[in-house]
Ligand binder design. Structure first.
Ligand code: ADP
Length: 448
């Protein structure tokens, strides 16, 4: 691999290029007219304008990106997360054009891109699942009977959903039909696929996910868990590794379950198997994400690995050098997603001009950043500016350092999730480790 194109923007484009540079691989950036002066464009060895600001006229143009890759003799494409990263057709087209797609095979992307197909694929293995329907609902009265048997509240989910979208919690039987109608029409509008199913709504779960890595030679390892329970709109804001509540036995059990899920779809490259964990520490398979996750740095810090490097090596057909027994958890890492959002106003996007933008620096502080002072934040894309990650020998140290780093992170001109991060770090529920996915609803009162 001599030249790598990153089909993405912002912090993740830079993150991927950083490792490529370290490995002596040349880098190519693509960008839209809104990103002409973006740091990822300046950081790359070469950069190509691919279209207008809206993503469907630039970052989602798979054919155009493959054309650019061919014209520049690119050997591999890294899709980052979002955009084309879970587009099976794009992965397939890249391979057809003799360009390595740094990710799993299109078959695995396709299976795991559908929550129902994913459940079907893992059914034969001994993986616990939340009670619910195994197929897309066609008969609403029949589905209501099932919901009543499972017991309310239940959650209706779009099979093609993602990013916290396409989910509806139904508290009581009387609301079932109306919520079902809305869920189906939302799924059609948002994902072009009206397949929905129901699951028992787990009352106060924690979101625990397992990082896995698989090579083309049958080796699959897991790199332990990440806890991602601090969420708004079913989307993560604060993540950490390891989780404050997993015992070594449970970690091993969930790790093995994740490996089974990977094997169920002949998975290769980096992937994440997501689970819910209930109050009694029972875990349930939710879905698998077939790409590098936003929150991968916390795993890198506690395992001393470079996940992008592993992805590139596996894509080059190398045998995984890391064995499960080589991996040990060392220390604790926390990540705060720094979004251009106003935490005092329902976490709504707060785009605008970055009048002041200064990052914290220091030992055990890592910032994966995609912006710089003086830039405008485009309205067209996910409003994440950066990820602030801290590391410590203990969880308490990592939390303390996160608070310090947040104070040193200066942003003026827009609102961000930094004050929310500060709130989390000083909250007893978080510091004691006793929290779940309802943290924001339960404890975050903007007036406080
Ligand atoms: P997406 O693909 O949109 O990220 P997920 O299935 O991964 O959707 O779920 C995202 C979040 O929604 C979870 O982390 C959890 O907070 C909540 N959630 C999903 N399913 C359930 C469930 N059955 N019970 C309770 N909460 C759930």
């Amino acid at each position: 691999m001599k030249k790598l194109l990153v089909a993405n923007r912002g912090e993740i484009a830079i993150r991927v290029m950083r490792t490529a540079k370290k490995m002596g691989i040349k880098t190519v950036a693509v960008y839209s007219t809104a990103d002409r002066n973006a740091p990822h464009v300046k950081y790359a060895d070469e950069a190509v304008l691919i279209g207008e600001a809206p993503s469907n006229q630039s970052y989602l143009l798979g054919d155009k990106i493959i054309e650019v890759a061919k014209s520049l003799n690119v050997d591999a494409i890294h899709p980052g997360y979002g955009f084309l990263s879970e587009n099976a057709e794009f992965a397939e087209k890249a391979e057809q054009n003799n360009i390595l797609f740094i990710g799993p095979k299109s078959k695995a992307i396709k299976i795991m891109g559908s929550k129902l197909a994913a459940k079907e694929a893992v059914k034969a293995y001994d993986i616990p699942m939340v009670p619910g329907t195994a197929e897309a609902i066609t008969d609403i009265p029949e589905a209501k009977k099932i919901a009543t048997t499972i017991g309310f509240p239940i959650i209706i989910k779009a099979s093609a959903g993602g990013g916290g979208k396409g989910m509806r919690v139904v508290e009581k039987e009387a609301d079932f039909e109306s919520q079902m109608d809305r869920a189906i029409s939302e799924a059609v509008n948002a994902f072009g696929d009206g397949s929905v199913f129901i699951e028992k709504y787990v009352a106060s779960p924690r979101h625990i996910e397992i990082q896995i890595m698989a090579d083309n030679h049958g080796n699959v390892i897991h790199l332990f868990e990440r806890e991602c329970s601090i969420q708004r709109r079913h989307q993560k804001v604060v993540e950490e590794a390891p989780s404050a509540v997993l015992t070594p036995e449970l970690r091993e059990k969930m790790g093995q379950a994740a490996i089974e899920v990977a094997k169920a779809c002949d998975y290769v490259n980096a992937g994440t198997v997501e689970f819910l964990l209930d109050d009694d520490l029972n875990f349930y398979f939710l879905e698998m994400n077939t790409r590098l996750q936003v929150e991968h740095p916390v795993t890198e810090l506690i395992t001393g690995t470079d996940l992008v490097e592993l992805q590139i090596r596996v894509a080059r057909n190398e045998v995984l050098q890391l064995k499960q027994s080589d991996l040990k958890i060392k220390g604790h890492a926390i990540e705060l997603r720094v979004y251009a959002e106003d935490p005092l106003n329902d976490f709504l996007p707060s785009v605008g001009h970055l009048d002041v933008y200064q990052l914290p620096v220091g030992e055990n502080i890592r910032v994966d950043n995609g912006f710089e002072q003086g830039m405008d934040i485009p309205i067209y894309y996910d409003p994440m500016l950066a990820k602030l990650i801290t590391y410590g020998d203990t969880r308490a140290e990592a939390i303390q350092l996160m608070s310090t780093a947040i104070s040193a992170y200066k942003v003026e001109g827009i609102q961000t999730t930094l004050p929310f991060g500060a709130f989390v770090c000083q909250h007893e529920a978080f510091t004691s480790g006793h929290f779940n996915t309802h943290f924001v609803k339960q404890f975050y009162s903007p007036e406080a």
